[in-house]
Design a protein around this ligand. Sequence first.
Ligand SMILES: O=P(O)(O)OC[C@H]1O[C@H](OP(=O)(O)O)[C@H](O)[C@@H]1O
Length: 313
Amino acid sequence: MDMVEEAARKIETMEVRGASRIARFAAETLMNYALTIRGDFDAKMKKAAERLLNTRPTAVSLFNAINFVMRYEGKTEEEKRESLVRRAKEFIEWVDTAKQKIGEIGARRIKKNSVVMTHCNSSAAIAVIKRAFDEGKIEEVYATESRPRFQGHLTAKELSEYGIKVNLIVDSAVRYFIEDVDYVVVGADTITANGALINKIGTSMIALAAKEARVPFIVAAETYKFSPKTLLGELVVIEERSAEEVAGEEIRSLKNVRIRNPAFDATPRGYIDLIVTEIGAIPPEMAYVIIKERLGYAKIYDEEIVLSPNHFE
Ligand SMILES: O=P(O)(O)OC[C@H]1O[C@H](OP(=O)(O)O)[C@H](O)[C@@H]1O
């Protein structure tokens, strides 16, 4: 379990972060673990899967990755291992190919000489921006710093290295600059059955500002960011992280001050113009179809009923 425990800690501390990356990393970890264990395969894998699942609660990509890999089949241990490895590789390929497709499809929606605003650090949103830049359509980008973890710095660095001009702004300057922006492009941690977007805290304020200024709000999201559980009525759990991420000891120890640090928020579908997935650009109202047809929720429906607290029974 050492390998699994180490991977779980990397996700918890956000050494490995980003909805896609944690999903890919979890699939990889389950695969590598399956290759090392001997005997008691199902029980050991179940324990590993649960440990990884309990790291961060919000991004459904993690759940979908684990659920996908854990639906292995076979009678003997060797058959099960082979099936699991095959499924893990299939999921990893899904992650790797989806990004490129999202870039292609998303870039078609961007007009020439555009200014794009993005939030946090989303590999899917960046794929759209880079592709649009390759096609000569991007003039510059506004990247929010994304307090408290400053993932916006990663975005600024990556885009700058790609040759794209970036304005790094504080999160509260979004409305100040929104008039200069042609599109907002953000990523997703989860998309619910009713088409709402769960993404980095602050996303919903950007969506509000964009709607007011009539700036199209585009979400770049692989189909494994859609949540089958929400079809069963489950609400998305918003992760609240430690106060230490927000303020130093001096402030944290103040008698009447409580620090709140939700990592994500929800943007209702009415604020979203388009969701760019690897299988097409869709309106948020189509989330149900993606969940039903692409994720095959019917197949996991029975398992889902017993999903909490025992995901793989
Ligand atoms: O999958 P990709 O598009 O890379 O990222 C999707 C989202 O994951 C991140 O969460 P965190 O930084 O892990 O909390 C951000 O909220 C980002 O928009």
